[in-house]
Design a protein around this ligand. Structure first.
Ligand code: PGA
Length: 251
């Protein structure tokens, strides 16, 4: 299996431009020998500074959202060409906070995923169940449904380049990480769903991350599970020591 582990920070609405640049300047040397692909998901306004700070390093940059249209009357929104113009590599799409607070749906997620590819950005698509849904026993069904709609209409070659982040909502920012087995079980369901839709070759190539209270202490075990190809990391990605350890999960 040759899927490269991806350690992606999701800073959410944290850090000013100066703080972001300072952080990435310091992170560069710390992760230069990381085995994982290192990504920082930063606020829009931090992107130019962070891209410059990351120059010549192995750190890639993600936006946390995008609009699906190229341009137009969408006050406050940012488009694919704008991000591509800044040299952004990845874009996080459909994070549960966007679904919860900004009314994003599986359908808008699908539109954004298509737009990401259209403008040369790689999507990190977030899916995951709430605590109630887990207790109702519908996690697998729900996550399959989310994945199916998110990927609708994509070519095999695009699905292979997509990163899917399994993020149980009850584990986000709560310090309550899913167990390795719980995370592995759902990531395996997602891979199986991709296999059903796109075949074995694509399913073996797509990277599936776990997200939800990933920490320096639990990253290694999680990332070594057979179907977990890294993590989408919130809180711990804001701290240099922690994120360095996560990026170097096997050292
Ligand atoms: P957390 O956030 O690591 O702080 O739980 C993860 C995420 O929301 O992507």
């Amino acid at each position: 299996m040759s899927r490269k582990i991806i350690a992606a920070g999701n800073w959410k609405m944290n850090k000013t431009v100066n703080e972001a640049v300072e952080f990435v300047e310091a992170l560069k040397a710390r992760v230069s020998d990381a085995d994982s692909e290192v990504v920082v998901g930063v606020p829009f306004v931090c992107i130019p500074g962070v891209k410059k700070a990351a120059e010549g390093s192995n750190i890639k940059v993600a936006a946390q959202n995008m609009h699906w249209e190229e341009k137009g009357a969408f006050t406050g929104e940012v488009s694919g060409p704008m991000l591509a113009g800044l040299g952004v590599d990845y874009v996080i799409i459909g994070h549960s906070e966007r679904r919860q607070y900004f009314a994003e749906t599986d359908e808008t997620v699908n539109k954004k995923v298509h737009a990401a590819f259209k403008y040369g950005l790689k999507p990190i698509v977030c899916v995951g169940e709430s605590l109630t849904q887990r207790e109702q026993g519908i996690t697998a069904e729900l996550v399959r449904y989310q994945v199916k709609i998110a990927l609708l209409g994509l070519a095999d070659s695009q699905v292979k380049e997509t990163v899917i982040a399994y993020e149980p909502i009850w584990a986000i920012g709560t310090g309550k990480t899913a167990t390795n087995e719980q995370a592995e079980e759902v990531c395996a369901v997602i891979r199986d769903c991709v296999k059903e839709l796109y075949g074995n070759d694509t399913a073996e190539k797509v990277r599936i991350q776990y997200g939800g209270s990933v920490s320096a202490a639990n990253a290694s075990e999680l990332f070594n599970m057979p179907n977990i190809d890294g993590g989408l990391v919130g809180g711990a990605s804001l701290k240099l020591d922690d994120f360095e350890k996560i990026a170097k999960y096997n050292k």
